[in-house]
Ligand binder design. Structure first.
Ligand code: PRT
Ligand code: ZN
Length: 284
């Protein structure tokens, strides 16, 4: 049996979805131009779909799992479970107003025309803030709506902000912070769950590896204790004697987030020849 995974056929999430599968060691062969294809070395069948259709396919069980933006999941409001954050496709769903205007809070929207591709999420925000406004649903190029007199305000996805800027708009309140997530349907069998667990284990190893670096450095033996106390390591650092008497090579794993602080402290403690190497997979 195979687990059926729906991913975006083309667009912003396609490349990262394919890359993640590759990093998990899953070989898709050259079936990418088809509607569906089997992985050659993992019990997975891939469906290539429009992102908007993925929650429905998963709810219906036509696909078992899907990679899709949270913005789409929550707008479509299908009966699916968000199981895992994939870490790519990051953006936010925000209101934007003309540069000349000042967004004073949700009340600013009262009586305004709002252009958006996310009517459900916008209506929810309006209801929560007890504001009445008119929603104009449009499927693309939302940012041009104020310029052509179709709307006063827009609510759209933003990442760098340059699309808004180029259209004379500025970002106001954010409704939702979004990234691509793994969704699954609610009728999983234990066999399906076993395959998903294998996939999640691989994805987690890839994610952990990206957050960590492998560090090698040379240290004078009299400074070893100090240097080792600075390094976390997976258990404890590896220490090997160098050919030069009185020196050792120390190997360890450090987190990307503490990286520069850690390197400075190591140098101050007498470490030399520090090498930092990316990690491909990290199995704990
Ligand atoms: O054909 P299909 O329906 O599958 O694709 P699509 O055209 O509906 O979606 P696509 O490929 O544009 O986006 C897929 C998903 O990528 C979205 O649902 C989000 O989850 C995620 N994502 C991340 C984004 C962005 N960043 C993004 N910046 N989706 C769209 N944008 C657009 C935004 O709509 C605006 O037009 O980019 C523009 C803003 O970008 P900046 O950088 O100028 O702010
Ligand atoms: Zn779409």
């Amino acid at each position: 049996m195979r687990l059926k995974l729906a991913i975006q056929k083309s667009g912003r999430l396609n490349e990262d979805s394919m890359r993640l599968l590759k990093e998990c060691g899953i070989d898709i062969g050259n079936g990418v131009n088809k509607l569906k294809t089997d992985a050659t070395n993992f019990p997975l069948e891939l469906f290539f779909l429009r992102d908007d259709d993925i929650p429905q396919y998963v709810e219906d069980g036509v696909a078992d799992i899907g990679f899709v933006g949270e913005n789409v999941v929550y707008e479509k409001a299908k009966k699916v479970e968000v199981t895992y954050e994939l870490g790519f496709g990051k953006c936010r769903l925000s209101f934007a107003v003309l540069k000349s205007e000042e967004f004073t809070g949700p009340q600013f929207l009262a009586g305004k025309k709002i252009a958006t591709s996310y009517p459900v999420l916008v209506q929810k925000y309006l209801d929560e803030n007890k504001v009445k406004a008119e929603i104009h649903e449009i499927s693309g190029s939302v940012e041009i709506a104020p310029g052509i007199g179709l709307a006063d305000v827009v609510c759209d996805l933003v990442s760098s902000g340059s699309t808004l800027f180029m259209n004379g708009l500025k970002e106001a309140d954010t409704i939702l912070k979004s990234q691509a997530v793994l969704i699954k349907h609610k009728n999983f069998t234990s066999e399906q769950q076993q395959i998903l667990d294998r996939l999640l284990f691989r994805m987690e190893s890839v994610k952990k590896a990206k957050k960590n670096k492998y560090v090698l450095l040379n240290a004078p033996n009299e400074q070893l204790e100090k240097i080792i106390s600075l390094l976390p390591g997976m258990k404890s650092p590896t220490v090997l004697p160098l050919a030069t008497p009185g020196w050792s090579s120390v190997h360890s794993v450090i987190q990307e987030s503490d990286f520069w602080d850690m390197i400075e402290q190591l140098k101050n403690a007498g470490a030399e020849g520090i090498l930092v190497i990316p990690i491909e997979k990290m199995i704990l």
